[in-house]
Design a protein around this ligand. Structure first.
Ligand SMILES: O=C(O)c1ccccc1NCC(=O)[C@H](O)[C@H](O)COP(=O)(O)O
Length: 209
């Protein structure tokens, strides 16, 4: 079975249409203001409408306040909320209880200790997204983590991988980790925040979709 593929950081209706047409199963809309992939709430709600019923939409938040989270979820009504900061298990669990959407937690995978620590999210989220450890930015860094950390790891909940994936390495990443979902942002761009349709097509093909 081909993996699920999420193309993250889409900013225009043209990006959304192309990602769907080319075979993405998920798209991501980024509400983190310092990111080159940031979209405001109004744009996120419009892009969400473009994708309605065609593909799953993840709304990405980084350490947003309770008020900002409620406002964003109310206005955009995503299929998934992706927490990409240092949000506590209790907080993400509370959000999961309060909305019909899935809740994902991104985790920077540094070492085997990370794999022990993330058990605290069991039951609190629907999926763990393993990403490269945060640098100046918590995500979208274009860097990989050590995929071998996931070899023989017994996953207790659904999961996926992100971080430095490209059309050239995604098949290798899938073979190394057996991931059921891959997520990419900068690896399918021509410049920070500018999606490249040829790269998206190549990524989806290399991922087997
Ligand atoms: O993409 C960003 O700019 C970003 C900024 C802050 C938090 C998360 C961010 N992206 C989240 C994603 O799901 C990315 O797809 C993931 O981090 C992988 O990014 P990349 O290494 O560029 O493929």
């Amino acid at each position: 079975m081909p993996p699920l593929v999420k193309i993250c950081g889409l900013k225009t209706p043209e990006d959304v249409d192309a990602a769907i047409r080319l075979g993405a199963t998920h798209i991501g809309l980024n509400l983190y203001e310092p990111s080159p992939r940031y979209v405001d709430l109004k744009t996120a709600a419009e892009l969400r409408k473009c994708a309605e019923g065609r593909v799953k939409v993840a709304l990405l938040l980084v350490n947003a306040s309770q008020i900002a989270t409620a406002e964003a979820l109310g206005k955009v009504r995503p299929d998934i909320v992706q927490f990409h900061g240092s949000e506590a298990p209790e907080w993400v669990a509370a959000v999961k209880r309060s909305i019909p959407a899935e809740v994902w937690k991104a985790v920077g995978l540094k070492d085997a200790g990370t794999l022990d620590r993330i058990r605290q999210y069991d039951g609190a989220v629907d999926r763990i997204l393993f990403d490269a450890p945060a640098q100046a930015m918590p995500g979208g860094t274009g860097t990989r983590f050590d995929w071998s950390l996931l070899v023989n790891h017994r996953h207790s909940i659904d999961w996926g991988i992100a971080g430095g994936l490209t059309p050239a390495n995604v098949a290798e990443a899938l073979a190394a980790t057996g991931a059921p979902l891959v997520d990419v942002s900068s690896g399918v761009e021509s410049a920070p925040g500018v999606k490249d349709m040829d790269k998206i097509a190549a990524f989806l093909k290399a991922a087997g979709r």
